[in-house]
Ligand binder design. Structure first.
Ligand code: BDP
Length: 711
């Protein structure tokens, strides 16, 4: 009772005090536009006195102008008015068609979506130019200019040029029609399907602004575990309403398509992709979709995976299925994103299956099909080697699928900056003549059609992503999708400056904390190449002992194979030989434990507990040392954050503090439960100085989480 009153009292107090009422809750993301203060603010004011439009008016230009006015009003204290000509201090938005004489812009380099920002003299006036070939380019340029201002760039000497390296930069929402988000840890789905198409939540616009600010240009609205209902007329009208909100922001709508829809919706007896009636059904469906959504992006498909229907149900292969849909979308310019996340219960190594099913189909896909491949061969683990399909299907455009939502990395309660993980994958050398980034951006094999997808971490939570720091993962995905060569550290610096603080010392301290966080989670969950030790179903918390699931390859024991003799999955020639799916140079390196990086050791090798590690420790001692290092890093993150109290607004500082305390507790839980279990298997004593787990193994095994989110 007293607590209720106390809470109510506090809420009342917060509502009454203006400072508190305006407390930051994270809703504004990285578009918070707080006053720059000091010289920077005066400079920005001088450089954005007015807005000049040298471009045809479109809804996208309107969006750019609105954002610039909002941004400058916040950062500089005064919104610029529209002016008919280039007066000194004007911000000139120019597209090629109406570019004023005297503009010095390398138009051809900018393509359809790129932009140039520069300070220059135009018709005798000192102005800033935002130039692009299209209105979308202008919008991206406007956001880039605001980002430059927010991150403390010298606006008097601005000279930037950028064009995206990847064509389709997509969020994948695993959102169900009842608003439950599969693997969602940030509340319910943003899409209020019931109230659509008539009622449009204003939040849809803020969602679009946030994505456009990063260059994200497409969104798959519904879960890959799709319901056919999404393709019915009422739901297409709802999707069309969302498409209408997103269109000015350069964002196209896509849908996950259920392969059996011709049976479920069309009353056909089969969904066989070679059946003429089935093909006709999909063509008619595509025509119907494009009548409702003329710029519809296309279909994402999960087929013959985890119980979803697909072409194999009819003895056909993935190319048959994908090409049928591609044929239906082709006249409208749509694409098929066909997922390669497949595995069946009877195979010997789940990590080897996608390659086995897809690689032989290289060259058999229609030109508007992209095969969408997860970053690793298992499933979004804290660390996996890059997927062996990258580089191995030169005739097929491959999209990289990353998971922004942290299904296997502590949901939204653990602070883990995924920029580091994304960067590691993109920069991985495939051994086929280029990195994963070069495969994905099409340069390695000259593919004009390119895509990158991130499984969204967005929901109805006020802070959008379930925690303040999870916003950084959405941000990092978008920035790296635009430029896969960008540095995760630089991206983090920008995010911190836009979101928390521009003060260099504080900003750098937060960035350091973020950059340490990914290795920390690897250490306290799955060090040394271990994977899938998470508990059943919800994937939260440790469950290395789980061995009773109906399918072998759902069990953690299947993945770590720990026994008296040692630990690890032998994927070399003496085991599943999945390592041979990599290019020869990489395969050779990873087939030998002496040349396998310790980070991937137990992914590829089953080794005795006494195996000597480069550190001089035994494998057993190294494993325990790494679990301990993970906990120590999280403690250190907590200390660093505590020291930043004066630099961060109280609400967000306090919130992150409580989250970090949960993470510190749960990192210990992970460490102790895993050590207790592995010790029960190895039978070895703990190395000197290592404290025994806080509880016995039975206590960890007894924990249950019936209502964990996201299932
Ligand atoms: C796994 C998730 C599951 C997804 C599946 C997928 O546990 O919820 O449906 O991947 O990607 O990570 O299709």
């Amino acid at each position: 009772m007293t607590t209720i009153f106390r809470t109510l009292g506090l809420a009342l107090l917060m509502a009454l005090l203006p400072g508190w009422a305006a407390a930051e809750d994270g809703y504004e993301l990285w578009l918070r536009y707080r006053p720059l203060g000091g010289a920077a603010q005066a400079q920005l004011q001088a450089g954005a006195r007015s807005l000049v439009l040298a471009t045809p008016a479109t809804p996208t230009v309107d969006a750019a102008v609105a954002e610039l006015r909002r941004g400058v009003a916040g950062l500089a204290g005064r919104a610029p008015a529209l002016s008919p000509r280039a007066v000194p201090g004007a911000l000139v938005l120019a597209t090629r068609a109406q570019a004023p004489a005297g503009l010095d812009v390398p138009w051809d380099e900018l393509g359809d979506e790129g932009y140039a920002l520069r300070r220059q003299t135009l018709q005798g006036a000192d102005v800033t130019v935002i130039a692009a070939n299209t209105d979308r380019g202008l919008l991206y340029g406007a956001f880039a200019w605001l980002r430059a201002a927010q991150t403390g760039a010298d606006m008097r000497r601005l000279d930037q040029r950028a064009a995206p390296k990847v064509g389709l930069r997509l969020l994948n929402h695993w959102d169900n029609l009842d608003r439950h988000v599969e693997r969602g840890y940030a509340g319910a789905s943003l899409w209020d399907w019931w109230k659509l198409p008539d009622i449009l939540d204003p939040r849809y616009v803020d969602y679009a602004r946030a994505n456009a600010s990063l260059g994200i240009n497409g969104t798959v609205l519904n879960n890959v575990n799709a319901k056919a209902d999404s393709l019915t007329a009422p739901y297409l009208a709802k999707a069309a309403a969302l498409a209408g909100v997103f269109r000015p922001y350069g964002i196209k709508v896509y849908l996950s398509a259920r392969f059996s829809a011709p049976v479920e919706l069309g009353g056909l007896k089969t969904a066989d992709p070679l059946d003429p009636a089935v093909r006709a059904w999909w063509r008619a469906k595509a025509d119907e979709i494009y009548r409702a959504i003329p710029d519809f992006g296309g279909f994402l498909v999960k087929a013959n995976s985890e119980g979803q229907p697909g072409p194999q149900d009819y003895g056909r292969n993935h190319a048959d299925g994908a090409n049928m849909l591609a044929e239906a979308l082709q006249p409208h310019g749509g694409v098929v994103l066909w997922r390669a996340f497949v595995y069946s219960p009877d195979a010997t190594d789940r990590a080897a299956q996608a390659y086995a099913e897809f690689q032989p189909l290289d060259g058999r896909f229609a030109p508007n099909v992209i095969v969408q491949v997860k970053n690793g061969a298992i499933d979004f683990q804290p660390r996996e080697p890059f997927h062996p399909l990258f580089g191995a299907m030169p005739k097929t455009p491959l999209a990289l699928e990353l998971q922004i939502t942290k299904e296997y990395l502590g949901f939204s309660t653990h602070l883990v900056y995924l920029g580091s993980l994304f960067e590691e994958v993109l920069k991985a050398d495939t051994g086929h003549g280029g990195t994963v980034a070069r495969v994905v951006d099409g340069r390695l094999n000259q593919h004009p059609l390119t895509a990158i997808a991130g499984v969204a971490n967005i929901g109805t939570d006020r802070n959008w992503s379930g925690s303040q720091f999870d916003q950084a993962n959405w941000y990092a995905f978008g920035r790296l999708a635009w430029d896969p060569d960008a540095s995760a550290a630089q991206v983090a610096r920008d995010w911190v400056a836009q979101t928390f603080t521009r003060r260099a010392a504080a900003r750098d301290a937060i960035v350091e904390l973020m950059l340490a966080s990914r290795e920390a989670v690897v250490d306290y969950m799955t060090p040394l190449g271990l994977h899938h030790l998470m508990d059943t179903g919800h994937h939260y918390g440790p469950g290395p002992w789980v061995n009773n699931l109906e399918r072998a390859d759902w069990n953690p024991t299947y993945f770590h194979k720990a026994g008296r003799d040692g630990i690890g999955f032998d994927r070399t020639a003496t085991g599943s030989n999945a390592v041979a799916q990599y290019a020869p140079a990489i395969a050779r390196q990873w087939a030998d434990p002496r040349t396998t990086p310790p980070e991937l050791l137990l992914w590829f090798h089953h080794l005795p507990w006494g195996h000597a590690m480069p550190s001089g420790r035994t494998l057993w001692a190294e494993l325990i040392w790494r679990y301990g290092r993970g906990v120590a890093t999280v403690d250190d993150m907590g200390r660093r954050w505590a020291a930043l109290k004066a630099d961060i607004d109280p609400q967000r500082h306090a919130e992150v503090t409580t989250y970090l305390a949960v993470q510190a507790r749960e990192a210990r839980w992970w460490r102790d439960a895993c050590i207790a279990y592995f010790q029960s298997v190895s039978g070895l004593p703990l190395p000197a100085g290592v404290a025994p787990p806080a509880q016995d193994l039975a206590a960890y095994k007894a924990l249950r989480f019936g209502f964990a989110p996201g299932r």
